[in-house]
Design a protein around this ligand. Sequence first.
Ligand SMILES: Cc1cc2nc3c(=O)[nH]c(=O)nc-3n(C[C@H](O)[C@H](O)[C@H](O)COP(=O)(O)OP(=O)(O)OC[C@H]3O[C@@H](n4cnc5c(N)ncnc54)[C@H](O)[C@@H]3O)c2cc1C
Length: 409
Amino acid sequence: MRNFDVVVVGAGPAGGQCARWLAKSGYHVLLVEQHETFEKNDFSSAATPLETLEKFDLPEDVVGSFWQNLVIVTTNLTRNWDSPQTLGAVLNFAKLRKFLADEVKSCGGDVWLGYRYMKYAQKQGETLVELKPRGGEPITVTTQVLVDATGPARALIYRKESEKPAFLKPSGIEYLIEVSDNDYEKYANSLWFFLGHKWMPKGYSWIFPMEKPQLKVGAASYRLDHKLIKQTESIRYYIDLLIHEYIQAKDYKIIDIHGSTLHYSSGLQDIYYRDNIIAIGDAVSMVNLLGGEGIRHAMHCAEIAGKHIQKYLKGESASFQDYQKEIYQKFSRSWNLSEKIGMKRYLIESDQKIDEGVSYLAPLETQEMMDILFYYKFEKLSKSLIVYLMRKIRSWWKVKGQGQMTKDK
Ligand SMILES: Cc1cc2nc3c(=O)[nH]c(=O)nc-3n(C[C@H](O)[C@H](O)[C@H](O)COP(=O)(O)OP(=O)(O)OC[C@H]3O[C@@H](n4cnc5c(N)ncnc54)[C@H](O)[C@@H]3O)c2cc1C
C-alpha cells in the first residue's frame, strides 16, 4: 500500500495550489482528480487581478489575455474605467490547473488523474483512502492528512447530507466563441460586466477577452425569487442576447460551452476540519458572491491551509482550529458585506436603482473601482456617493439659476 504525508482530493485551483505548496515544502503529496484531463471541466471564466500571477508565481502561458479597463453596462447606461497599465488577466483555467499539477510532479509529488475519491476510514491510527480509477478496481492509500478540495461537491468533509448547512446555489454558463477580428478588438483589453433586468435579472452577465479572436460570453443567475421580477428566461437566453444584440456578432463559432453551480454557505457556516481532514477553497465557500471571483481566494486559502498542515505534521498543533480562525479573520467580514450587496443588487433592486448605483461609481478612479470589485474596500463607495450627490446638487442649482434668469428677463 502506498503511504503519503498528505492526500489532496480535487485538482482545482485550491487543491493544485495546496499540493504544490506542500510538495515544495518537502512533503510526500498525492493530488487526485476525478477527470482524466484538465480540459474536461474547464468551467471557469477565470478573470483575475494581476496580483494572482505575482502572488502565486504563475507563468504567462496560463494567461488567455490581459485586461486594463473595466466596463459596466446596465439596461440604460454604460460606464468605463480605463487604465494605462495592465490590471489583470483572463486565465486559461485548464492550463492553470495543469501547471499547478505539473509543479506538484516536478517537486516529487504524485498526480493521479481519472481517479475518483470513494471513501476513507480511520484504522489503528492510520487514514485509509479509497480511490477508484475509471473502469478499474479501487486502490487504497494511507495518509497522515486528507484534504477536501472537491469544491461544491464537498465529497469528504461531510459524513451525511444532513450535516450540510443551507447553500446559496448560483449557476453560471459560459460560451467560448470565436468572432471576427473587428468584433474581437472592441472587447479586447477590457472586462465587460452587464447588470440590470434586460441583460441578466437575478444575476449578471459578462464578456471577457481570451486569446485573439476568442471571447468568453457568460451569465450567472442566483436562482432565487426576485422582489420585482416574476418571470425570467433561461441563462442561455441571456448569453444569446449578448452575442446577438450587444456584440451583434454575425460570423461567430462556438468553441465550447461550459458552466457549473456554486454552493456557497451564507455566513461561512461550513465545516472546516474534522480530525485530520481539512477542507479548502470552494469546499469552504471561498468564492466571493459579489462578482463570483474564486480562484485567487481558493489559492490563498490553500496556502493558509498548507501552513497549518505543516504545523500539524511537525506535531506543533493537534487540530486545525487555528486554520478556521485565520480564514474567518481574513474573509468573513468582506464576504458577508459582499453577499449583502450582491443579493440586494441581483434580487431586490429595480433597473432605476441599478442605474443609480452605477452612476454613483462614475466619479471613481479606476484603481478605486479595482479596490471595490476585487479588494472589497466598500468604504470607497461613500466617496463616490458624496461626489455623485454634489454633482446632482450643482446641476440642480444650475438649472434653478437658469430658470431664475429667464424669469428676470
Ligand atoms: C461559470 C463560472 C465562472 C466563474 N468565473 C470566475 C472568474 O472569472 N474568476 C474567478 O476567480 N473565479 C471564477 N469562478 C469561480 C472559480 O472558478 C471557483 O471559485 C474555483 O474554481 C474554486 O476552486 P476549487 O479548487 O476550490 O474548486 P473547483 O475548481 O471546483 O475544483 C474541485 C475539483 O475537485 C474535483 N472533484 C470533485 N469531486 C471529486 C471526487 N469525488 N474525486 C476526485 N476529484 C473530485 C473536481 O472535478 C474539480 O476538479 C467561476 C465559477 C463559475 C461556475
